[in-house]
Design a protein around this ligand. Structure first.
Ligand code: SF4
Length: 366
């Protein structure tokens, strides 16, 4: 049986089954061996990369998931959900090595089908056990040898050129661990953007960093050629911030607001985004209202479920993901606000909101 798009669940509330299925896939994952994976790294993802109904999706690969793949569709046991799925092919650039012997795969990874992602500096001043964000594993991929601590601008330019030429990559995401200087990592991003744009001038790039201590870095990033910027707060709730991000929460929300406003001024409306994580214990209606205030500022709230990745402090503490119903509720409400404001993730041109794989927003029309 094929499942329709609208159905009434036991609550009597109409539920869009496609959004609910996508939310459940994001949380429970799928029984599938995906050739393109992101085992650990910065931020809250830990996934196999697939296309769900033709759109990028980062789903946990989970042999215990009730969802499985048959004939290119997602099945829930014997029920065909009607959702199409295909794995992302291993890109050709993974097989190349720089002249100094570093595998391209250690320098940048394919996210979704067409996003090149790199963590320019793979260490973070906040990674000490008492300061670290409880959902993050930025230095774990370094310990496992999957990546290298710092990527040079020349290395990134070399990989980006190959990824565009060989694998049709259409946008690039550059993130960084927080560094000790007042730029908090923006300086390295400026150099890297400049080098990549010189090698592949048409490739849109999103940069991601904490609010730089000096706001002039936002203009420098734009002038270097970045198309979009992510300044990720993860939660607007002060108590949640202190509990989940002891180090990062020492940067006041007022600093984030000043950085977002400057970024919207420099990069433009809907070229700035932030992550909001669902499942950190924040009141869902406050989260939705906070997303609304970000949208009013011209900032795209990229709503993503918290998932306890291997190697995180949260996983060690046995903290689980949110329910699919909570994720659906928040995602649908934020998507409706985005639509009302005429903001779409695709219009960011580069970055997580443009990729959409780690969120259910795209399925919900955001
Ligand atoms: S949404 Fe961002 S982190 Fe997730 S796969 Fe896309 S680019 Fe990577």
């Amino acid at each position: 049986m094929s499942v329709g798009t609208d159905k009434t669940r036991t609550t009597g509330t109409p539920v869009d089954v496609r959004i609910m299925t996508r939310a459940e896939l994001a949380l429970h994952g799928i029984r599938l061996d995906a050739p393109v994976k992101r085992p650990d790294g910065a931020g809250p993802s830990d996934d196999g990369h697939v296309l769900v109904d033709g759109a990028n999706a980062a789903l946990p690969t989970n042999p215990a998931s009730p969802y499985l793949v048959r004939d290119g569709r997602v099945w829930l046991g014997e029920e065909d959900t009607g959702v199409a799925i295909s794995p992302v092919r291993r890109p050709k650039f993974y097989d190349l090595t720089t002249v100094d012997g570093v595998r391209y795969e250690q320098l940048a990874r394919l996210h979704g089908a067409d996003v090149l992602a790199t963590t320019v500096v793979q260490t973070c001043i906040r990674y000490g056990e008492s300061d670290r964000c409880r959902f993050c594993t930025i230095e774990e991929s370094l310990r496992s040898g999957a990546t290298v601590a710092a990527k040079t601008p020349a290395q990134l330019a070399e990989v980006a050129e190959a990824a565009v030429r060989l694998d049709g990559v259409r946008q690039m995401v550059m993130t960084t661990g927080t560094t000790a200087g007042p730029d908090r990592g923006a300086r390295n991003l400026v150099r890297s953007v400049r080098a990549v744009r010189a090698a592949v001038p048409e490739l849109p790039i999103q940069v991601q960093c904490e609010p730089p201590g000096e706001l002039r870095w936002i203009r420098e990033l734009h002038e270097a050629g970045a198309t979009a910027i992510g300044i990720h707060v993860e939660s607007l709730d002060e108590e949640v911030r202190r509990r989940w991000m002891p180090g990062k929460s020492t940067v006041a929300l007022a600093e984030y607001e000043a950085a977002w406003d400057e970024a919207v001024r420099v990069f433009g409306h809907n070229r700035v985004s932030t992550y909001l994580l669902v499942g950190l214990g924040e009141d869902p209606d406050e989260l939705i209202a906070g997303a609304g205030s970000l949208i009013e500022r011209g900032v795209y709230p990229f709503v993503v479920p918290f998932r306890p990745m291997r190697g995180t402090l949260a996983a060690q503490d046995g903290i689980g993901s949110p329910s699919a119903e909570l994720l659906r509720y928040v995602t649908e409400a934020v998507a409706a606000q985005l639509r009302a404001a005429g903001m779409s993730g695709a219009d960011q041109k580069a970055g997580c909101a443009a990729c959409g794989a780690c969120s259910v927003l795209r399925t919900a029309g955001g």
